[in-house]
Design a protein around this ligand. Structure first.
Ligand code: FRU
Length: 498
């Protein structure tokens, strides 16, 4: 029997990545999004600003393009645009995290970067499953040492109504002199809730309370919580599993939602005012935020969805998963706006622009095409009821964004995107839709396309739709349609990374 000693697991994983990188098939590789060099990626973790740089870790299985042995991979950047791929930060090599270093967050303290993550222990059988919270520390932001007294939160600090099998994804933050951590949890009644813990030193934690429970009304388990202040409100973000659809919302098997309210730290209760879906596309999960040196609240999410087909895995391309672009969050009139971070503008090259184009007479425009581009457009609907833009159009392939003025609905349709993407949903939808209002009879869209993804920012970011698509390489045309007359202003840039 061979026994793998601790350090070996990390070394092994890092050398596996170095030695096998070239096995990745580039067909669907993106240009300006964060992707795993090889293997599987899910949630963003430890998104933080440390020593003048942005750090992002992510759930990572180097050995397969499916979820499995979960490590924390690591990238960093000075500008949120150019990312440096670093060695894997932590591997599942201790008894308390042997079945995976699950999601968590990061915070700076006394010049050191602390990671707080979930140790998963899954020897087989639900009754034997254990999830505990752990710490790893780095003095240089690169090399991490797990805390010798891990786990820092285990079953002894769990309230009676919470189960140890679903207790994960700590998001740590500081308020005043104290550290807090919100942790996703499942109640004995089989519904989601958020537990709050506090600490003076990040190592010794006290249970404070169950700040919000869904009482069986809003999903089974709340994964990946995040709590932060924005404009005098406490915004609570989380990803509810198996949330049933309501109206046009929550049509993915799992969702991500933001809550607006205030956390009462005396009674440890979150006073909920409002809840909304964060993104109306197909592929958006487990978002996490940071605050940077400019005071910006920036969010990034996994741009995939659980329990679906992952074409790059099925095709044997040896990788799967990517992140969204980083988005700045703003609270305006009790709505959470998402804006692409302004740094992304440095990627813009070869601008092509048109003004006052009547779509009725122009279904395509010279130079407006591509699979790695940004589009900024404004459509004056005039007397039209419908406007449609087809992206990545080719032989029997297209991805459609259609606005209907009567219904005030924007529909994203990927039925002809190139690959069937069904999964665990009861009803596999090939479209998603959301309400969108015209402003002075105009619709504004900012669209980021990167080979296999489309991210749409509607009317200055009041809503977003993020989805993967899998067209052929030469399906790169763009076409416009309207029913009567509509006037278009459009700008297009190629996105070029250094
Ligand atoms: C969310 C999630 C987390 C968990 C991680 C495991 O996507 O299920 O709750 O920590 O992924 O990889």
């Amino acid at each position: 029997m061979s026994v793998i000693v601790k350090e070996d697991k990390l070394k092994q994983a890092n050398s596996y990545v170095k030695n096998n990188r070239e096995k990745v098939d580039n067909t669907y590789r993106q240009k300006y999004h964060i992707m795993p060099p090889i293997g599987w990626m899910n949630d963003p973790n430890g998104f933080s600003y440390y020593n003048g740089e942005y750090h992002l870790f992510y759930q990572y299985n180097p050995y397969s393009s499916m979820w499995g042995s979960i490590h924390w991979a690591h990238v960093k950047s000075k500008d949120l645009v150019n990312w440096e791929y670093l060695d894997i930060a932590i591997a599942p090599d201790e008894a308390y995290d042997i079945s995976g270093c699950f999601s968590g967050s990061a915070i700076e303290k006394d010049g050191k970067l602390y990671l707080m993550y979930t140790g998963n222990q899954d020897p087989g059988g639900f009754e034997n499953l254990r999830q505990v919270q752990c710490i790893a520390v780095s003095e240089d932001g690169i090399n991490f040492t797990k805390y010798e007294n891990n786990p820092v939160i285990d079953s002894t600090k769990l309230p009676k109504e919470a189960i140890i099998q679903d207790f994960r994804d700590p998001k740590v933050y500081k308020k005043g002199d104290k550290y807090y951590s919100v942790i996703g949890s499942r109640n004995l009644d089989d519904s989601g809730q958020i537990l709050l813990y506090s600490s003076d030193d990040l190592l010794n934690w006290n249970y404070e309370g169950n700040i919000l429970q869904s009482n069986n009304e809003f999903a089974k388990m709340w994964e990946c919580p995040d709590l932060f202040e924005l404009d005098n409100k406490d915004i609570l973000i989380m990803s509810p599993q198996f949330l049933e659809p309501r109206g046009n919302k929550y049509w993915n098997l799992h969702s991500s939602s933001y809550m607006i309210g205030n956390l009462d730290y005396k009674n440890n209760k979150y006073n909920l005012e409002k809840v909304e879906e964060i993104d109306y596309g197909f592929d958006f999960y487990a978002p996490q935020t940071l605050i940077d040196n400019k005071g910006r609240r920036i969010m990034i999410a996994w741009m995939q969805m659980w329990d679906r087909k992952f074409p790059t895995n099925e095709l044997g391309h040896n990788w799967a998963g990517c992140m969204t672009i980083p988005r700045e969050l703003k609270l305006v009139d009790d709505k959470l706006y998402q804006l692409p971070v302004e740094e992304l503008k440095v990627l813009r090259k070869n601008e092509v622009s048109y003004k006052d184009i009547n779509i009725k007479d122009n279904k395509s425009l010279e130079g407006i095409k591509g699979q790695c581009i940004e589009l900024e457009l404004e459509v004056d609907m005039k007397n039209s009821n419908e406007f449609e833009i087809l992206l990545m159009k080719g032989n029997n392939q297209e991805t459609s964004i259609k606005y209907n003025k009567i219904d005030e609905l924007l529909v994203f349709d990927r039925s002809k995107n190139g690959k069937a993407l069904g999964g665990g949903e009861k009803e596999v939808r090939t479209y998603r839709q959301t309400e969108a209002n015209l402003i002075d009879n105009k619709l504004k869209l900012n669209i980021f396309i990167d080979r296999m993804s489309v991210e749409i920012f509607i009317n200055d970011g009041i809503k977003t739709m993020s989805s993967t698509v899998y067209p052929d390489k030469d399906s790169d045309n763009i076409e416009f349609y309207c029913d009567k007359e509509a006037i278009l202003d459009i700008k297009k840039w190629d996105m070029e990374v250094k």
